[in-house]
Write a protein that binds this ligand. Structure first.
Ligand SMILES: Cc1ncc(COP(=O)(O)O)c(C=O)c1O
Length: 383
């Protein structure tokens, strides 16, 4: 059988390796607490679940790619409440199936691999989907490392004019998976100014915008000139709705119009009953505040255990559901994760998320508070 050479060239999605190691641990009788993958296990708010049930009719026809007008309005109102930014719900917003598919296919929609703007910038360590989507669109992918000494922001001075001129999309992700870093508005301002100067799109993946502990992070949409800024957000983390698959893209009318053309062909119009649940979710902040409190408690429990054993949280790791912890003593991140797994605590090796992630592990605060307490007791013994 033949498969796409781009698919064949991809290494195993790193978490598949983690899953395998976990299965082996369970088979030999180890009881595990899983801080590996970022799939929230907080219950979805009952009012959101009810809205989904109420949205189910005897017959549901094909949903339209542009989504329900009520949902686009709910998203636009949320953007205004949250960031003070006004977007046109008809021309500047489109609902998506979570944000992963939209992130993956974005390069296919806006990049001409045979033209002069054939490069996509991503940051690493990071979520691998931006890069994989760009590769399927035949882009050249340039990876900029995120380093602790730079606050986990990419070095925008590392590129020369020739490089800038080739960029079609510059991906950023703040609050950042995996480092937990947050980008200040001045960073987005500088990137948007470079985008205007060199004519590229800033694609800002803001899936973790609502999981913060001190102050609400900024959005790239808040820059003064947002003509080239495209934001991807999702209910997956904000409202613990990973299984629903609901998110949105907000950006310039031209980009949204291209997405409206592309998406019906690909079959990515969101199910109407999910959109009804999404309206309920964007219209309510109380459940989001409760989720933040739950993460805050779990953060204190788990981070406390690591810190008491002399581990260090990376400087600037202050939002998302992740802790980005430095592995002490020069042990590799994979060896460290294997060692913790033998004691029943699953963490993600930083190196799985990119070269610059070596030397760190990522702890996703998704287990229950009770499990976190159990893990903390284990950690205090084995670290
Ligand atoms: C950085 C980042 N962006 C986007 C997503 C996509 O999430 P979803 O497709 O559920 O919205 C994830 C999921 O883990 C993520 O970590």
């Amino acid at each position: 059988m033949h498969v796409s050479p781009i698919l064949a060239a991809q290494s195993t999605y790193p978490f598949v390796r983690l899953e395998r190691a976990k299965r082996e641990a369970v088979e030999v009788g180890i009881e595990i607490v899983d801080f590996g993958q970022g799939d929230p296990r907080e219950p979805t708010d009952p009012a959101i679940r009810q809205a989904l049930v109420d949205g189910l009719r005897e017959r549901m026809g094909y949903p339209k790619a542009e989504g329900l007008p009520e949902l686009r309005v709910a998203i636009a109102r949320w953007l205004e409440r949250r960031y003070g930014v006004r977007v046109d719900p008809d021309r500047e917003v489109i609902p998506t199936l979570g944000s992963k598919e939209a992130i993956f296919s974005f390069a296919q929609v806006v990049l001409d691999a045979d033209g002069t703007k054939d490069a996509v910038v991503v940051t690493e360590p990071g979520y691998p989907v931006q890069e994989r989507g760009a590769l399927f669109a035949r882009a050249h992918v340039w990876k900029l490392p995120l380093r602790e000494e730079r606050g986990f922001l990419p070095d925008l001075d590392a590129l020369d004019d020739e490089a800038w001129s080739r960029i079609a999309i510059f991906w950023v992700n703040y609050p950042n998976n995996p480092t937990g870093a947050v980008a200040p508005l001045v960073f987005y301002e500088r990137l948007a100014a470079l985008a205007a100067e060199h004519d590229f799109l800033v694609a800002s993946d803001e899936a973790y915008s609502e999981l913060w502990f001190d102050e609400p992070p900024s959005s790239a949409l808040q820059v003064a000139d947002r003509d080239r800024v495209v934001v991807f957000n999702s209910l997956s983390k904000r409202s613990s709705m990973t299984g629903y698959r609901s998110g949105f893209v907000a950006g310039p009318a031209e980009v949204i119009s291209a997405l409206k053309e592309f998406r019906p062909t690909v079959g990515t119009a969101p199910q109407e009953f999910v959109q009804r649940a999404a309206i309920a979710a964007w219209n309510d902040e109380a459940h989001v505040g409760r989720a933040r409190e739950a993460y805050r408690r779990k953060r204190e429990i788990v981070l406390g255990a690591f810190e008491r054993r002399g581990w260090r949280l990376a400087e600037g790791s202050r939002a998302t559901m992740y802790l980005w912890l430095e592995v002490p003593g020069g042990e590799s991140s994979e060896a460290c994760a294997e060692r913790l797994l033998r004691h029943g605590v699953v963490v993600a090796p930083g190196a799985y998320l990119g070269e610059a992630g070596e030397g760190y592990v990522r702890v996703a605060l998704v287990p229950t508070e009770e499990e976190c307490l159990r893990a903390a007791a284990i950690l205090e013994e084995v670290l």
